[in-house]
Design a protein around this ligand. Sequence first.
Ligand SMILES: NC(=O)c1ccc[n+]([C@@H]2O[C@H](COP(=O)([O-])OP(=O)(O)OC[C@H]3O[C@@H](n4cnc5c(N)ncnc54)[C@H](OP(=O)(O)O)[C@@H]3O)[C@@H](O)[C@H]2O)c1
Length: 312
Amino acid sequence: MNLIGAAWQPDASGVSPKQQSSIPPLRLNDGNEIPMFAYGLGTANKKNDGAPLDTDLIELTKKAIDIGYRHLDCAEGYGNEEELGAAVKASAVPREELFITTKISATKKQSTFEAFDASLSRLKLEYVDLYLLHGPWFADSEQELQQRWADMEAIRESGRAKSIGVSNFLQEHIEVLLKTAKVPPAINQIEFHPYLQHLDLLVFHRQNNIAVSCYSPLVPITKATDGPVNQLWDQLAKKYGVSESEIGLRWCLDQGLVVLTTSSKPQRLQKYMSQLPCFKLTPKEVADISELGRQKHFRLFWTSFFAPDDRR
Ligand SMILES: NC(=O)c1ccc[n+]([C@@H]2O[C@H](COP(=O)([O-])OP(=O)(O)OC[C@H]3O[C@@H](n4cnc5c(N)ncnc54)[C@H](OP(=O)(O)O)[C@@H]3O)[C@@H](O)[C@H]2O)c1
């Protein structure tokens, strides 16, 4: 079992990673377990309103489940909850073995309960494992943010979302929630890679026992290429006999963070699943990547809400 505070320890369960066939889950502050490695249906697979059912995405998602992915990340905003639901239905893996996340829009003013009902109905599921506020920007006041969180608590109480959390929240947003929350967020899903380490946001989460999940972990090889970490990622890939993508994913896992990725290529998804449990970066390698990464700043998502030099 991984624990939120157990960053950079050889392994929280005391088992050498080389002896593992899978990555141990993380225990959240509400007692539920979350698989540390997820397949996401955004943003590359985003579907516009009114577009027909994406059968290729259903097939790919079903394949991801077949390969071993159990944590599946979706959102109202991706427009493909129906596709995720269809893949889950078509898969032979029982629902209770899957960990399914969806999110309510980051920007839309709407009823939380209606949005949640609509998500469940598109997913054709009785419950989700994790329901997230996709972002704080729908709210014009602290009260509006706190009210939505109270709605989320009511949804959790109903049993239709096992855990609740947030995404793209800064420390200041979480502090607003915590002023009135009965149940703290279990997790904050944020863009996280060497070029966006968010100053001391991770420390804040550890102090408050809130887990962190990382999206866009591969920015240094997808969008901000030729940056300061590339040479080291390449050297480490050779050392461990894996690809640079796996070095990027392991850098998150080895800091005790849940990591989300996606791929259009089942072969790549398969390699991640078989290779990621079999090696681990040393604490020095993790620290070296972090140090090099801090030489550059790059944010891929939600840029209209942040100043270009805002590293929070
Ligand atoms: N909460 C939020 O606001 C938010 C925002 C964005 C994303 N997310 C979630 O996070 C998930 C992952 O985000 P992401 O897609 O940005 O993650 P990512 O892991 O950084 O990027 C995935 C992409 O990397 C490419 N890739 C992998 N290895 C590569 C290599 N060696 N060279 C070139 N390209 C390579 C893959 O392409 P191939 O298809 O060729 O393999 C894939 O398109 C999403 O699916 C979504 O569920 C959440």
